[in-house]
Design a binder for this molecule. Sequence first.
Ligand SMILES: Cc1cc2nc3c(=O)[nH]c(=O)nc-3n(C[C@H](O)[C@H](O)[C@H](O)COP(=O)(O)OP(=O)(O)OC[C@H]3O[C@@H](n4cnc5c(N)ncnc54)[C@H](O)[C@@H]3O)c2cc1C
Length: 414
Amino acid sequence: MRGGTVTVVGGSIAGCAFASAAARAGADAVTVLERSEGRLADRGLGLCVHDDRAAELTAAGTLPPGIAAHRLARRRWVVRDPAGPAGRVFWDQPFPFHSYHWGLLWQGMREATPASVDYRHGVTVTGVAAADGGDRAEVHLADGGVEAGDLVVGADGYRSVVRRAVSPDSRPDYAGYICWRGNFDARRLAAVGEEHWPSEAVTTVCFEGGSCVVYRIPGPDGLRVNWVLYAVPPPAAGLRLDDPTSFPPGRVTAELAVGLTALLDHAFPPYWARVLALTDPEDTFVQPIYDLETAPITAGRLLLAGDAATVVRPHNTSGAAKALQDATAFEAAWRSAATWDEVLHGYRSARGAAGRELVALARRLGRAQVERTPPWSTMRPGDAHAWWQDQLGGAPGIGGQAMCPATAAQDPRH
Ligand SMILES: Cc1cc2nc3c(=O)[nH]c(=O)nc-3n(C[C@H](O)[C@H](O)[C@H](O)COP(=O)(O)OP(=O)(O)OC[C@H]3O[C@@H](n4cnc5c(N)ncnc54)[C@H](O)[C@@H]3O)c2cc1C
């Protein structure tokens, strides 16, 4: 199928990928409506993509080549131990991922968006609706404007307004815990020594009631250290957790900062507590954890993508890869379709179950690594391996799964 007009709500990772996919597949006009003014700001900075997913997505043309990435190879699980300041490594696990700087990834995606795409900043969508008896869809803008097109893609993240129209009862559920995130220039590590930490290693610091992942990422001015710390119970200090919300960098209050310091002091190996303490307060923030499986991912001429379709706890390390896979499946469905119904059917068949599986796996990972942590201090590699397999529950691994070529390219008419 060729031609048609596509409006994409949200111009982050999923939005850029879907706009590019629609333009490549032959849309006459593609518009992106992004509420942020100018360059999108970073929100915590680091993310990882599994090497196999990155290779597939690059081959599919969804992940542009040349975006800065830092190679990771191993994940070392560490627990506080009297034997040494860096704790005891109780498991060394393969970790075939590359890490990215969120802002550089977004910039690379944005620059790779074809020039024919009309990407508009500072445009907030307040609602979407069916138009022309369901053969088109329209978006309602905060300035009172209305724009209609053949297809509206909701790439507007975990608080999606498009999702409200596709699946009005679907709301992200608060998982019962929060994460702290932070980052700092890796040159600061000289102050605490780097001998405990090879460049390609991710460290997961384990403690009762939580865990913390620490790894290096590329940055505009050299490597940075990025960390994400999950812990129960959540701090009581004035966080509203019942509704999806997050605190941008700099919003961590003095009371929250005291709570984090206390946790580092009593639960972390001293070396890793010193590493996290290298973070400036304005580069530390708190984010509640949610999950959501949206049952339908399309309705009429509306389609959900990325975090708007499913909200996956971050333990699965799959958010960006999932958004890019959605766009890959969308393009494949479009190329083998003759009508809009076939595009939507093909996308649904390729991605509906994939999103639900990611949510379920990430829930199991969150329960095991935060909500019901095992006795880490007595764990040996064999115990850790069995514990990990139990979390996977038959899945081959984390970071998302390979897209099934037969599903992605299947003829939606059958
Ligand atoms: C600014 C920002 C920074 C991030 N930083 C990180 C990070 O450092 N590490 C990490 O792992 N993940 C980060 N994420 C999340 C990560 O991008 C996503 O989990 C993943 O890439 C899937 O992205 P998405 O495009 O589906 O959703 P999102 O990245 O959440 O993007 C949704 C986009 O839609 C826009 N939008 C929302 N509502 C409307 C509306 N009503 N009208 C118009 N536009 C709207 C938002 O401004 C946003 O740009 C960040 C997201 C954002 C928006």
